[in-house]
Ligand binder design. Sequence first.
Ligand code: CA2
Length: 165
Amino acid sequence: MRRVMVLHGPNLNLLGTREESVYGTTTLDTIDASLSKLSDDLGVELDIRQSNLEGELVTWIQEARSGYHGIIINPAAYTHTSVAIRDALAAVDLPTIEVHLSNIYRREEFRRQSYVSGVALAQISGFGPTGYLLALRGLCEHLSSKGSKPAPRTGPARRAQTPKR
Ligand code: CA2
């Protein structure tokens, strides 16, 4: 069975309890429950974690190297600051979907920069909690299409063609 690691960054444990005008009233537990329900329908196993610590997120990303097929991550404020999280994602080289509840391009200027987007397969920003479900659907479709592709050629390399003059 496919396994996906879902990572929630700092302060997302407060969802639904503060700043409802920006992040809505849905709690993180509710988001996780709807993700788990969808994962059952899609036949994928989820490992969902939240941390307020950059180093812990880096360690978990490294852990995903063995036994996981992809990562869904909302790095929260670390999106805009963390070279360490970007480097970890680049190192594990798993298809990664970056999720943001809010549209980070409609807010303060500093939120427009994401250190993660350059190493992510896709970014979903502004759909609220639905963004996580879209991310899981998109990641599963990506993994299925990748799985159905023919294996890479193993025969001798093709000779380079001499350019015509
Ligand atoms: O829109 C998103 O999902 C963000 O990743 C959320 C981060 C923010 O720093 C990013 O720019 C965009 C903030 C998460 C903090 O969530 C809270 C929830 C309730 C109360 C306070 C913070």
